[in-house]
Design a protein around this ligand. Structure first.
Ligand SMILES: Nc1ncnc2c1ncn2[C@@H]1O[C@H](COP(=O)(O)OP(=O)(O)OP(=O)(O)O)[C@@H](O)[C@H]1O
Ligand SMILES: [Mg+2]
Length: 341
């Protein structure tokens, strides 16, 4: 979405760059005969106190990944993106293109010339009379800012897409055994959580909510009147039986659960199917008790997403670093996969 896609030839390398609010992750992937190899990755925390913190982290992540590829797939920050699901009468390609211009005017509150947009027909739910269409629009300045930071780091931005939609790429290559199931993909970062509902190769629903691990840190920081670094440490070491601290962070967990319930409800009433299980990713999935907590409250099978279940890892990749970034690999890998589609 949002860009001319230059498909990479088989056997070539693709690079995914995930610029979050907390960290930058880059993943370099190769593909041969439909098998994928993680050739390298880099992770760097962003120093938000610095104006060029993002660029610095990006350069450092690129250096760790020992990149051989400069063309990179990147996502627009979801704060700047508008996502709408529309039900339209069934129509041909050209007619749909014109209809979408009209829908953009209707749903996007910015001047048309300032907006980059794209859309996708969700085939599985289209009957003969109607079609469901996903519209994604972003202010061009958000797209441009991403392009700029990548260029400043010496990369060539290729496809600019959005985080949540690419989670499905990871699901597709790693979980072919679950293609008959409806799976909720939950990527919980620092400020944003993406909820994506997939079945087979179709993404039926996606939504980003402004909620993440930082909200937990913030509550601890306020309650104990401590520095953010101290609160971060307490959060990372928190266990379920620490009732007092758990009570403090409960409002955030409650809000997160609510957003997930609402999304699952929407899918279940709109498509008449049930979300069978949930796979969690993102830095916040490192909270050891989170999967259990979600399992108890959502009443579904929950596990941490293994984004390299079906991916060979190059021997040059450090196992220790891999364990460290494991839940955060989903987005950069999914972005890299976008080029092989
Ligand atoms: N060991 C850990 N235990 C608990 N939480 C952790 C741990 N390590 C990192 N986190 C949390 O994970 C979050 C960062 O996750 P991630 O790197 O996926 O975010 P991001 O992609 O940069 O942010 P976003 O997607 O929200 O813009 C932070 O809130 C951080 O506190
Ligand atoms: Mg993220």
């Amino acid at each position: 979405m949002f860009g001319a896609k230059k498909n990479i030839k088989k056997g070539e390398i693709s690079l995914g760059v995930d610029i979050g609010n907390f960290s930058v992750k880059v993943a370099q992937l190769s593909s041969k005969d439909n098998k994928f190899t993680l050739e390298g990755f880099g992770y760097s925390k962003i120093n938000t106190a610095k104006t060029d913190g993002v660029l610095e982290a990006l350069k450092s992540a690129c250096a760790e990944a020992k990149l051989s590829e400069r063309r990179a797939v990147v996502a627009v920050p979801s704060q700047g993106v508008i996502v709408r699901y529309l039900m339209l009468p069934t129509m041909g390609e050209e007619e749909l293109r014109k209809a979408m211009e009209f829908e953009i005017e209707r749903y996007v509150p910015f001047d048309r010339k300032d907006v980059a947009s794209d859309y996708l027909v969700i085939k599985e739910n289209s009957d003969s009379r109607n079609m469901k269409v996903l519209l994604v629009a972003a202010k061009k300045e958000f797209v441009d800012s991403r392009v700029r930071v990548l260029k400043d780091a010496g990369l060539e931005p290729e496809v600019v897409t959005i985080d949540s939609i690419i989670l499905k790429n990871i699901f597709q290559i790693n979980y072919s055994d679950k293609k008959e199931k409806t799976v909720g993909l939950l990527n919980i970062g620092s400020k944003i959580s993406s909820i994506n509902i997939v079945r087979g190769s179709t993404s039926y629903f996606m939504r980003d909510v402004q909620l993440g691990g930082d909200n937990i840190t913030q509550l601890l920081k306020e309650k104990f009147d401590i520095a953010p670094e101290e609160a971060e440490k307490i959060k990372c070491n928190l266990t379920l039986d620490d009732r007092e601290k758990f009570k403090i962070i409960e409002p955030v967990l409650g809000n997160l659960l609510n957003e997930v319930y609402l999304s699952f409800d929407y899918y279940e009433s709109e498509f008449g199917m049930v979300v069978d299980e949930v796979l969690v990713s993102g830095g916040t999935a490192k909270l050891a008790w989170l999967a259990n907590f979600l399992k108890e409250n959502l009443n579904r099978e929950i596990s941490v997403l293994n984004s390299i279940k079906n991916v060979t890892v190059s021997p040059i990749v450090s196992q220790q670093r891999l364990d460290f970034v494991f839940p955060s690999l989903a987005v950069p890998l999914g972005l890299a996969l976008e080029n092989f589609n």
